[in-house]
Design a protein around this ligand. Structure first.
Ligand SMILES: *[C@@H]1O[C@H](CO)[C@@H](O)[C@H](O)[C@H]1NC(C)=O
Ligand SMILES: *[C@@H]1O[C@H](CO)[C@@H](O)[C@H](O)[C@H]1NC(C)=O
Ligand SMILES: *[C@@H]1O[C@H](CO)[C@@H](O)[C@H](O)[C@H]1NC(C)=O
Ligand SMILES: *[C@@H]1O[C@H](CO)[C@@H](O)[C@H](O)[C@H]1NC(C)=O
Ligand SMILES: *[C@@H]1O[C@H](CO)[C@@H](O)[C@H](O)[C@H]1NC(C)=O
Ligand SMILES: *[C@@H]1O[C@H](CO)[C@@H](O)[C@H](O)[C@H]1NC(C)=O
Ligand SMILES: *[C@@H]1O[C@H](CO)[C@@H](O)[C@H](O)[C@H]1NC(C)=O
Length: 643
């Protein structure tokens, strides 16, 4: 027994000694070995020895860089975290012993490979310089796809999202094909982004989205990158863009806007807050700033009672006390030239965000109409909306946002009828003369349907022109994309927040339009508003897109110029106008302009709303050859001004 005990002690000592030896004499490896060729390091949890030159420093540590290898998948840069790492200075060649970790601060982030615990750090020599990799020259970002895991007919916009987690898959990198793989293969490296162009305003932390001097897709005339799907192709997720974070020397990034040209940016590639970033050594400067004045629409008049100009504008949480009312009014008057009907969204009740039971928005709408009258020199709109039930339609509590119509009574009027209320559902019905009318005019579409829980209900209306011809409109505001996951995060495809709600909202709206078209296949129907979704997310808007025509497509607007919003790196159209066959096929055609008063604003604070308005000119009836051509709006305007 004694012998056994002694043997066991010796054995235990030998084993412990062996373990100790392993941790005291760590493997000497290259940084490219630590980074490896997959999303996660082969050395996680192990203590290793690496050498490299310090390229940059911040208050949490340094980055070092070693020789490149022939394999572009393996980065030669590495983050060293912690107090010991901070002893090193830029330009020093250091030998470091430390523990390899994969770090992320939030569940849906991707992991960053780093040394999270530096055991020892020794400076070998000083005064080294590391030449940055020039992006677009030495390595060029791939186009279109972010991840091999974004499978599905709409690529990164396919629903449902979060079918796979990228980090659980830990795939071998394919940097020539996929954006996340590309940026991951540069993690920790010093790079230059030559001739950067900003695609948007800064985010709330001052970070800016750019692309450099390399191929891009979806580039619009302004210099932004637009989301679209062409001929059934999977839409591009713009992997060729990169976020520029806070500069390491404490200088501030400029206040960018879409299309602004900046000076070259040299910095370190990293991952934080749900995206890859370049952390610049010093902030870039503005080289060229685009003009911030959006052009007014050319669709400034009509020639006939059957030809109408329809405006659409999400006026962003407007209440009677909103300071942006005159700004919005000047857009409607001067940039949209007071269209015949304006679809508005986000009209709050008369008490604004005060949660006090008030639901009427008469004061809000009167304030807007008064402001447009002043801004236009006399154009007086009428307005209509249906008050929601208190706090039942989502949005800011107490605000009771809803959609509404403004119209010019000398051009159009509502077909006489009874207005609906919050819970009554309007239906298309045939009247005694064989014309389609709405059981409530205006009225909400199936407002108690579960699709509209905590959401704004669409408002349908039947109208007549000054010459007595009927047409129909639906003004919508679908659920927002809140609760979406980062497009550059772990969940693949990324979660498109509330896409399933928007899909059923599109379905209920389309079901209503179909019942109208069943009664009158030649009806002129216009469905417009803030749909909070791109047409490239085809599965979501399919019920509307398969029944009606996107006005942009009928008008032949170039794909990259179809945008009403800018979010992160993308210009995007989330406000849409759809028209029925009758309108799409009329010889007079359809014209569309997205008027970029807000996406082109000088600063984010100079905007009147987060959305751009749209104006559409179309025909809701055929001109009768014999009929006297009524006054044009230009002439009416002049008469009003003379009066
Ligand atoms: C990730 O893949 C690399 C390379 O195949 C491998 O060495 C590493 O152990 C993997 N990590 C995990 C957590 O699967
Ligand atoms: C994705 O699904 C996983 C479960 O597989 C869950 O833990 C995670 O929170 C989800 N992520 C997102 C962004 O919804
Ligand atoms: C920007 O970077 C490119 C590529 O390295 C270089 O050719 C150009 O001279 C740089 N421009 C300036 C102003 O430094
Ligand atoms: C309307 O726009 C055209 C150009 O499309 C312009 O020639 C004309 O002067 C404009 N009319 C008014 C009243 O602004
Ligand atoms: C709002 O205006 C409409 C018509 O303009 C009127 O019928 C309704 O009573 C008004 N509502 C309130 C609360 O003043
Ligand atoms: C709408 O009108 C119907 C019929 O008059 C009524 O029963 C219902 O209570 C009204 N709904 C609201 C929210 O006022
Ligand atoms: C709405 O959804 C139902 C059930 O999926 C489907 O049968 C119907 O065709 C859809 N309607 C429209 C207009 O897309």
């Amino acid at each position: 027994m004694k012998l056994h005990a002694a043997l066991r002690t010796v054995l235990a000592l030998l084993l412990a000694g062996n373990g100790l030896a392993r941790s005291l004499v760590p493997a000497k490896v290259k940084i490219t070995d630590v980074q490896g060729v997959a999303f996660q390091s082969p050395f996680v949890g192990q203590t290793v020895d690496v050498t490299g030159v310090v390229t940059a420093k911040d208050k949490y540590g340094v980055w070092i860089q070693d020789e490149r290898s022939d394999d572009v998948r393996a980065s030669n840069g590495l983050r060293l975290y912690g107090a010991t790492a901070k002893h090193a200075n830029v330009g020093e060649r250091v030998s470091v012993t430390g523990r390899v970790a994969e770090y992320r601060s939030t569940a849906n982030d991707l992991f960053l490979t780093e040394m999270d615990y530096v055991v020892s750090l020794k400076t070998l020599s000083t005064d080294h310089t590391v030449e940055p990799l020039v992006l677009g020259v030495d390595r060029t970002p791939p186009l279109n796809k972010l991840s091999s895991l974004d499978v599905g007919p709409d690529g990164w916009l396919s629903i449902p999202g979060n079918v796979t987690l990228l980090e659980s898959t830990n795939a071998t990198l394919r940097p020539d094909e996929f954006g996340l793989d590309f940026w991951e293969s540069l993690e920790g490296q010093l790079v230059t982004v030559p001739w950067p162009t900003a695609t948007n305003f800064p985010d709330r932390f001052g970070s800016i989205w750019v692309y450099g001097d390399w191929p891009v897709t979806g580039q619009n005339e302004r210099g932004g990158l637009t989301i679209y799907s062409e001929d059934g192709e999977v839409p591009s997720a713009h992997p060729e863009t990169i976020l520029i974070g806070r500069a390491l020397d404490g200088t501030r990034n400029p206040k960018t806007r879409m299309g602004m040209k900046l000076s070259n940016i040299t910095g370190i590639v990293t991952y934080q807050y749900g995206a890859y970033y370049v952390l610049p050594l010093t902030a870039p400067e503005v080289i060229e700033a685009p003009d911030s004045d959006a052009r007014p629409s050319n669709l400034n008049s009509t020639v006939h009672a059957c030809q109408l100009r329809i405006g659409d504008y999400n006026v962003e949480n407007m209440s009677p006390r909103s300071r942006h009312i005159p700004h919005i009014a000047s857009h409607i008057a001067e940039h949209l030239h007071t269209p015949d009907i304006v679809f508005v969204q986000e009209i709050q009740d008369d008490s604004g965000p005060r949660n006090n039971g008030v639901v009427s928005a008469n004061k809000t709408l009167s304030a807007l109409v008064d402001a447009i009258r002043k801004a236009s020199g006399g154009v007086t709109y009428e307005f209509v909306n249906v008050d929601p039930e208190d706090n039942k339609d989502g949005g800011a509590p107490g605000g009771n946002i809803r959609v509404a119509y403004l119209w010019r009574p000398e051009r159009v009027s509502l077909v006489p009828g009874t207005a609906g209320n919050a819970t009554l559902s309007t239906q298309p019905v045939m009247d005694e003369d064989g014309n389609v009318e709405l059981s409530y005019n205006p009225g909400r579409i199936d407002p108690t349907h579960p699709a509209w829980e905590e959401a704004r209900k669409p408002l349908a209306a039947a109208w007549q022109t000054a010459s007595g011809e009927r047409f129909y409109t639906v003004n919508v505001h679908f659920s927002s994309k809140r609760d979406s996951s980062s497009v550059r995060g772990d969940a693949r495809p990324p979660v498109n927040g509330h896409a399933e709600h928007r899909l059923s909202q599109a379905n209920v709206t389309a079901t209503f339009v179909r019942s109208l078209l069943d009664l009158a296949p030649d009806a002129s129907v216009i469905v417009g508003g803030d749909m909070n979704e791109y047409l490239a997310a085809r599965a979501v808007l399919r019920p509307l897109a398969s029944l009606l025509h996107d006005a942009n497509a009928v008008a032949g607007i170039p794909l990259e110029e179809r945008y009403t919003y800018a979010y992160e790196q993308n210009a995007q159209e989330i406000d849409h106008v759809f028209v029925s066959d009758a309108i799409a096929e009329r010889p007079g055609g359809v014209e569309v302009e997205h008027v970029h008063v807000n996406t082109w604003a000088e600063t984010i604070g100079a905007r009147a709303s987060d959305h751009d308005p749209t104006v559409v000119r179309l025909w809701v009836c055929d001109p009768d050859e014999d009929e006297d051509v009524p006054l044009t709006v230009d002439e009416l305007d002049r008469e009003q001004i003379i009066l």
